[in-house]
Design a binder for this molecule. Sequence first.
Ligand SMILES: [Zn+2]
Length: 432
Amino acid sequence: MDAARILRNAEGCPEGSPNSFLMNDAFRTRTDCRICGSTDLAKVLDLGSTPPANAYLRAEQLDQPERTFPLELHFCRTCSLAQLIHVVAPEILFHDYHYVTGASTPSVEHFRRYAAETIAPLITNTHDLVVDIGGNDGVLLEAVRDFARVLNVDPASNLAGLSEARGVPFMARFFSERVACEIVLEHGAAAVVTANNVFAHTDVLLDAFNGVRVLIGETGTFVCEVHWVGDLLERNCFDQIYHEHLCFYSLHAMNWLMKRAGLTLVDVEIVPTQGQSLRVFAKREGVPSIAVKNLLALEVAKGVTGEAEFVAFAARVSANRDAVLSLVKDLKASGKRIAGYGAPAKGNTLLNYYGLGPSEIEYLVDSTPQKQGLYSPGMHIPIVDRQMLESDPVDYAIILAWNFRDAILSKEASVRKAGTKFIVTVPSVEIF
Ligand SMILES: [Zn+2]
């Protein structure tokens, strides 16, 4: 079906917001898988009822009741997607969403390489169009605009100015099939459509993927990066689970989704972003590469596509909590003082699941000025400047931003020399 006809058929339909059915509710509970529609879902991990991980509190909010939502991981026995079934309204989740790609140097370098090594080889001339879904402040497309036309489609209209200042045109919309049709009619089909770390957050996936099929036309390529569920299982990083992250993809689940949208998975790479991510390549028609076949086979061998591996993961998570609580109890019993290092969203999954509050952890240090002076959601631990580790030193600091462990340990060499020991709890408990 051509773009104009899809648009005509869609006249009068609501804008394709990923969560548009939530307009009047704080959250809804799905009963079906968001990829394959199966209702054969198994609850494999229950992290309790927690506030949104980014809902940091001001002092005057501490006495008010905090809204919490179930945080449970469910496994689809049909397509193998691991997912949250409780979908919190985006108005609540993204109310204070300030993440800007350009503020993170490793991300900037990652996207420059991505543009040169992954996108450039797919471009044949400067008239080719590259569309980035959820392109944030335009960092990726800034590195593309010298060799192709570019368009950033992102619902966060507050980022339009930053994107345009980089020379990257901005369309402030949730990506949907309807939006894809509008782009095709105005600019033509895209040679490349990218979406990086976007579809973990999307509840209504099929509309977006149908839109991709429309937008890439007969010959374009879709490149999509998502965190790999194999990494979640392997590294035990259950702190990746919070309400913003609705989907944890295996290549099998992604393959299901592509097929449902009329796309063919043609290639895949595992890239070292956020641990290990899948970078998948799809076209309307094509032949899966040997890498696709190998990774599908590897997932079966690792058990990623079976419920048993998730049940074992849940047991490891529970054992991890026992180990952490036992250590903290021993330290407190011997009069030791403990702080937290970093106040990332994922740290709040850990703190709430462990049930560690200000009576165990006196403060969290974080270098983000906007977080200093606030309190962690759920456990209400004050967030302060890292200077506190020098002015009011503790015996132990639990690293919540554990993916930056090595950088933190070397940055804090003088604090360590002065006597503070550092603890990581994920993937397992270690003291440095
Ligand atoms: Zn499914």
